[in-house]
Ligand binder design. Structure first.
Ligand code: CAA
Length: 383
């Protein structure tokens, strides 16, 4: 695995970094305070192709490989983790499944909107089915050429703004994970009731809603994949999504680290900048170590995906490590700031709140450990 960025990847990174610093960084604290990332921010990313990162050019996307996508997500997360998760979910578990599992007719119908302007949402979890995704209770009953969906979904990122929803429901009661199917549902469909945004601890600019499916009629031609394939579609897409969450965590911890170093070089105590104090330097050494380890695991998972090798376990390791590192690094960044780190005037307060959920969504740390252990027992240790 070559860790150097290619010239193309470097150009993409520099372009997205410039865009983020110019257009988003000044507003990210306000998005957090007001609890919304404006449409305009998504449109600016759309103009540069960032809504179609995983979609090939012949289908209107920019066709980036995974290593380029993680670079983009890291840069966005450095200024706004809320915007990063909106874009990560849209690309990895929203638009990509339509391309990967969709028919040509579905691709023609939905991809042009998704790569150019509309956000996608991924709706797997339910009040009674979070970590145990196969326990989904929402049902989809086929009536001729239509499915009728009933049930409740929750934790739907982009749920308020999305134009297209990927919804998982049970088509066969007794079949466990093999009884789930995936459906593409359009915003405004009768019977799709979108709840109010959750009042979250962090990532406040990104909306997270519940959905109520009330006799929601979905035409047969909007089923994604075969009947019964829903669980595998969800799991394989989450593999890609988890690399993206790792990259998001990496962006947040880098931002927190930079703030902590900057502060420590200015803040005086005991007659010197606190950066000269060994106890603070040790924190920096540990932060840097975790940042680099996270980057290597993320790059490894992305590279495996790019070369077409299995990467489920590596994606879980990248997500697990990076999210735990992000909560640790942001915690230490507050510690370096002392009392100032605990007030909203300093960015590290936001980074800390934003990082926390990364150990929870797209599979908790406990689920990542389970995925890693199952892979290990099945295929042997990674070499
Ligand atoms: N890719 C493809 N297929 C997979 C797979 C993968 N990564 N993982 C499992 N499968 C297949 C298995 O091979 C198996 O196939 P067969 O039926 O043919 O044998 C089938 O799926 C069932 O697999 P398991 O027996 O392993 O299933 P399980 O019920 O034990 O669950 C789990 C496995 C790993 C715990 C899974 O339920 C899981 O990942 N849970 C967490 C769910 C999650 O991440 N939710 C996040 C929702 S999105 C979100 O966070 C909101 C957001 O918008 C940010």
């Amino acid at each position: 695995m070559n860790l150097d960025l290619t010239e193309d990847q470097r150009q993409v990174r520099d372009a997205v970094r410039g865009l983020c610093e110019r257009e988003f960084a000044p507003f990210a604290p306000r998005w957090d305070r007001e609890g919304i990332v404006p449409r305009d921010a998504v449109s600016k990313l759309a103009e540069q192709g960032f809504l179609g990162m995983a979609i090939p050019e012949e289908w209107g996307g920019v066709g980036y490989d995974s290593r380029t996508i993680v670079v983009v997500l890291e840069e966005i997360a450095r200024v706004s983790a809320a915007l990063a998760i909106m874009i990560a979910v849209h690309n990895s578990v929203g638009a990509l499944p339509v391309f990967r599992f969709g028919t040509d007719a579905q691709r023609r119908r939905f991809l042009p909107r998704l790569v150019s302007r509309e956000l996608a949402a991924f709706s797997l979890s339910e009040p009674g089915a979070g970590s145990d995704a196969a326990a989904i209770a929402s049902i989809a009953v086929r009536q001729g050429d239509t499915y009728v969906l009933n049930g409740s979904k929750n934790w739907v990122t982009n749920g308020q703004q999305a134009g297209v929803y990927l919804i998982f429901a049970r088509t066969e009661k007794a079949a466990g994970s093999r009884g789930l199917s995936a459906f593409i549902v359009e915003r405004g469909a009768a019977g799709l009731v979108v709840g109010n945004p959750e009042d979250k601890m962090g990532l406040r600019g990104s909306d997270t809603v519940s959905l109520s499916l009330e006799d929601l009629r979905v035409p047969l031609e909007q089923r994604l994949g075969e009947e019964g394939e829903g669980f595998k579609i969800a799991m394989s897409m989450l593999d890609a999504g988890r690399i993206g969450v790792g990259a998001q965590a990496l962006g947040v911890m880098r931002a927190a680290f930079d703030e902590a170093v900057r502060y420590a070089q200015l803040r005086m105590a005991f007659g010197q900048p606190i950066a000269k104090i060994q106890a603070v330097q040790w924190k920096f050494a540990e932060m840097e170590r975790r940042i680099q380890c996270a980057r290597l695991l993320i790059q490894q998972a992305a590279w495996l995906k790019d070369v077409g090798q299995p990467y489920t376990r590596e994606a879980a390791m990248a997500k697990l490590y990076a999210s735990e590192a992000a909560t640790w690094v942001t915690h230490q960044a507050i510690q370096v700031h002392g009392g100032y780190g605990y007030v909203k005037e300093y960015a590290v307060e936001r980074f800390y709140r934003d990082a926390r959920v990364m150990e929870i969504y797209e599979g908790t740390s406990e689920i990542q450990r389970l995925v890693i252990a199952r892979g290990l027992l099945k295929d042997g240790a990674a070499v």
